[in-house]
Design a protein around this ligand. Structure first.
Ligand code: PLP
Length: 468
């Protein structure tokens, strides 16, 4: 028996199971069939099957054969939402954020540990961008692109959203330098210093930092890890205070991974209409749904008050620095703000993206990437179950890139940051996601990267470091 042959069969069967070619509970072909179809000896086939059994992917049933096991993690109790009463206040995000970004590590505990496979779609995207660069280089070098962005790319975005049953014309998009820039333009267009802005709590730290820089007050509304922002608390904040805008991530919010229910979405838009506030929708994780992609909140918007913000950063590449905004009634003002703050976006990158999308490569890439992320989510959950205290609570999101974890009360995770760093581990403490120092015993862990042996060891060490 050559190790190579059994390993090749193990990998092939594993790939088939993970791609759901054999579903949970289904029986694999018999040993005899596998010997025949793969031209392998019985010992080689059995070795591969035993390996998959040991890895928990297969279950042997006496006299019946090998069956695909359910590797879906059982849902643990979700982390508790905040119990603090909301009130407007200035934002103060911990400085630790700059250190995390210095290590390029907001989504990786072990930067540069590798393990990511080069996607053929990324290679193809590079080809599209190079081709765009070779076509009329003198034109893109000598002229700015129009402020709203490349018409072909806006056309593709319009087509893309149509698949989520959201109907937006190409003229309703403006290309931005990523989603962070889109959120900035949305806040600039809708608010003035001193205004109150509602966010879900825990909130994306990038949004909190924008509020801090624009001298806006934040009202943090508790959000659950399952259905997101608490609509009752949202309504009572609107009754109590003058609010200008809210920022929400209805699909797979970071850090909780929560997705708002259809009813909560409807109520949020109804309340926004009633209290005349702008809704800034951060849809950056929408395309990373493992199963059904939720339609953006903007689909419910009949008063042009939902501003849709997103980018290719999470679903395709952070390096493109291409995002978009559909600004509703503020769209012209937003386009003007884009012009004065940025002038234009790279024509070459936009054209490359447009032709990449036009040939269906973005859609194909998403189909594969979502499966990979789901597997990585499960790998991360298995590692947490293996190494972390049994009392650790965590969310199990159906999309996006991260788990939200709650550890024992009394643990100070931010205080453990330097100790983890000494071991080369970068952690993202829960305090980053609050304007008023909440979530001291919480943290975010991302499944953007595969759990390689190095990351598994780091997770084990991190559990010890946090508890010491
Ligand atoms: C919820 C959310 N919005 C926006 C951004 C910023 O995205 P971009 O890289 O496109 O600026 C991030 C990045 O982490 C994010 O998590």
């Amino acid at each position: 028996m050559t190790p190579y042959r059994y390993q090749a069969l193990t990998n092939q069967l594993k790939g088939d199971i993970q791609a759901s070619r054999w579903k949970v509970g289904e029986r694999l072909p018999s040993v005899r069939e596998l010997c025949r179809t793969q031209s392998l000896s019985k010992a080689t086939v059995l070795h591969a099957l035993h390996q998959l059994e040991a890895e928990g992917l297969l279950e042997a049933r006496p006299k019946s054969g090998y069956f695909v096991k359910n590797t879906q993690p059982e849902k643990p109790p979700a982390p508790q939402p905040s119990t603090r009463k909301p009130s407007p206040q200035a934002v103060n995000v911990p400085n630790i954020f700059r250190d995390i970004m210095k290590h390029s590590a907001a989504f990786d505990i072990l930067p540069n540990a590798g393990g990511n496979q080069a996607s053929t779609h990324l290679v193809s995207l590079n080809r599209h961008i190079s081709r765009a660069m070779r076509t009329h280089p003198e034109h893109s070098a000598m002229y700015y692109n129009e402020p709203t962005g490349d018409p072909a790319l806006r056309n593709q975005l319009s087509e893309h959203y149509r698949t989520t049953s959201l109907d937006l014309a190409p003229s309703q998009f403006c290309i931005t330098a990523g989603c962070q820039n889109a959120l900035f333009l949305a806040l600039m267009a809708t608010c003035k210093p001193g205004d109150n802005v509602i966010v879900e709590s825990p909130a994306f730290y990038g949004a909190l930092q924008l509020l801090q820089q624009l001298q806006l007050n934040v009202i943090e509304i508790p959000a659950s890890s399952e259905t997101g922002i608490d609509i009752e608390a949202f309504e009572s904040a609107l009754q109590k205070w003058q609010v200008t805008a809210c920022i929400v991530t209805p699909a797979f919010a970071t850090p909780t991974g929560a997705t708002m229910s259809a009813e909560n979405r409807r109520q949020l838009v109804t309340l926004a209409n009633q209290y005349d506030i702008a809704v800034i929708e951060d849809d950056i994780y929408g395309d990373l749904a493992f199963e059904t992609r939720p339609a953006p909140l903007k689909k419910l918007d009949q008063q042009e008050r939902v501003i849709l913000c997103s980018s290719f950063s999470k679903a395709l590449s952070r390096d493109l620095r291409i995002g978009w905004i559909s600004g509703g009634r503020w769209h012209d003002h937003i386009t003007q703000l884009k012009l004065v703050t940025q002038l234009a976006s790279s024509q070459t990158v936009q054209q490359g993206l447009a032709s990449f999308m036009a040939e269906g490569s973005y859609r194909r890439h998403l189909n594969l990437y979502r499966q990979t992320l789901k597997q990585q989510r499960d790998q991360l959950i298995r590692a947490i179950r293996r190494y972390w205290p049994a009392s650790t609570l965590f969310s199990v999101p159906e999309g996006g890139l991260a788990l939200w974890l709650e550890m024992d009360t009394g643990l100070d995770i931010q205080a453990a940051y330097p100790r983890a760093l000494e071991q080369g581990i970068i952690l993202t403490p829960g305090t980053l996601f609050s304007a008023r120092g909440q979530y001291r015993n919480y943290l975010r862990l991302s499944f953007t990267h595969p759990i390689t042996i190095a990351r598994e060891i780091a997770l084990e060490k991190l559990a010890t470091t946090l508890s010491s």
